[in-house]
Write a protein that binds this ligand. Structure first.
Ligand SMILES: Nc1nc2c(ncn2[C@@H]2O[C@H](COP(=O)(O)OP(=O)(O)OP(=O)(O)O)[C@@H](O)[C@H]2O)c(=O)[nH]1
Length: 301
């Protein structure tokens, strides 16, 4: 879901919300039609009713490709199809013989409940992401960062994973702002964040820590592997061209500091150490990644 803009996020959340409400209203009206023996809307009896309802039309024709890649999409799609097919079976029986099999009705009603739950869960997940995303860069804001990192630390303490934290800061960003203006600076910032989001693994997290400083949380990754990964990202940023206006392109570099979180460390200490390593990378000339070592402890740099 990294490639979705804030506006697209909002539109998807609205569609999911509408899907829940529309299907609830539809279910009530079907019950009314059956109880009062009113004629059914023949479209509900079609084999393709799941494609023809408003949600189906949106799902199959207009939903964002990134949403279709979401793990929840497939099960929502299947449940929605199943639910409409079960509804059609109930309606056909009611139309032909005046009543439906209770089991069929229960399957239909249970399927609708499951669909509602799945859509609701996805909607909540997207809302959390939406409200915790930095609108300029698409990275996570710091809200929830410490909670997430503490959970990751618990897994380190249990020996379930290795965890490395990296602080990243763009080099000479003030000079870039001064030379090209803040608007261009913003575009560069957003471009670099986009590059990082596109090149980290699905279980890594990128947080905007401060102005032009980012924190990367690399789960299941020890220091050596993290250094290789970060080196690849650093190299990628250096070569990545950010389109500014028309043909104008800018390139920037970034410095990184890394710390492998150990069972005995606190998250605050881990962030501080990654920051010390970043400071060392800046001192040594920028555009490089440094791993924290004991010599960098307070006072040594
Ligand atoms: N355009 C833009 N600039 C920002 C933003 N947040 C912070 N900055 C700028 O980033 C610059 C950071 O400057 P410094 O901390 O001096 O660092 P630097 O110039 O990158 O130098 P080094 O980090 O030492 O390589 C400042 O000029 C801030 O105004 C932002 O959201 N947009």
């Amino acid at each position: 879901m990294f490639r979705i803009s804030q506006d697209e996020f909002r539109a998807i959340i609205q569609q999911l919300d509408m899907a829940i409400r529309n299907h609830e209203e539809w279910f009530s009206s079907l019950n009314r039609q059956m109880l009062c023996r009113l004629p059914f809307d023949q479209r509900d009896l079609h084999e393709n009713a799941y494609r023809e309802c408003l949600f189906g039309q949106w799902l199959y024709q207009h939903s964002h490709p990134a949403l279709r890649d979401h793990p929840a999409f497939e099960s929502i799609e299947k449940e929605h199809q199943r639910m409409h097919q079960l509804a059609a079976r109930v309606l056909v029986a009611a139309q032909e013989s005046g009543s439906a099999q209770p089991d069929d009705y229960d399957h239909f009603s249970n399927s609708l409940q499951r669909l509602r739950l799945e859509v609701q869960t996805l909607k909540r997940e997207l809302e959390t992401t939406y409200y915790n995303r930095d609108s300029l860069t698409g990275a996570n804001t710091r809200v929830g960062m410490l909670t997430y990192l503490r959970e990751q630390l618990e897994l380190v303490k249990r020996g379930s994973q290795q965890l490395t934290i990296s602080m990243m800061d763009l080099d000479h960003f003030k000079t870039l702002n001064d030379a090209h203006g803040h608007v261009v600076g913003d575009r560069v910032l957003a471009g670099v964040a986009r590059f990082l989001l596109d090149n980290i693994r699905p279980y890594d997290r990128l947080y905007r820590y401060g102005g032009e400083e980012f924190l990367l949380s690399l789960s299941h990754t020890g220091a050596a592997e993290a250094l290789t990964m970060i080196e690849r990202l650093r190299n990628g940023i250096e070569r990545h061209e950010i389109v500014i206006d028309g043909d104008e392109r800018l390139q920037v570099t970034a410095s990184f500091g890394l710390f492998e979180v150990t069972a005995g460390s606190s998250i605050e200490e881990a962030v501080h150490r990654a920051d010390q390593a970043l400071y060392q990378a800046k001192l040594l000339g920028r555009n490089q990644a440094r791993l924290w070592t004991a010599e960098l402890a307070d006072g040594a740099v």
